[in-house]
Design a binder for this molecule. Sequence first.
Ligand SMILES: [Zn+2]
Length: 155
Amino acid sequence: MREKPCEICKEVFSYKNKTKKYCSNACKQQALRNRETVLAKQVVSLNQSIPTVDNNELINQIFNKCIKQTEGMCNGMSIHHSILTFMKDMINTLRLGTKSDNKLKNQLERMQGLFNKLDQIAQEDKCEYGYITFEDSAVRMALNKLDNIKRLRKK
Ligand SMILES: [Zn+2]
């Protein structure tokens, strides 16, 4: 058995397999999260390279579309869980990409909270093919939160 430092926590650990980079599952998970964040930031910087559209303006446009989609989703429409996951990731990416506008950042944070909640409900309610239709109580909760966000957006 040989020893080397973990790439995440720098703690020295012993290993049999030399491709092993992390001391524990927790550090392996952390490394995965770090990679996902780097990826999300890259997506945002790609968006920033689009000319003629101001970055916050672009984020605003995408955000408004996301609100419309969410309303449709609450309107008895059945959607695939992967679409919900995609929208959740997109909101997170937009939140990471918002640097200068604190008001927008705050709204995106609330939206992210809503998506985390919807995703949690969806995990329990999806059918065997991965489709979800939200129950009345979930729809009411989501539409209430959406109304709050929309009110904030008008101010
Ligand atoms: Zn470690």
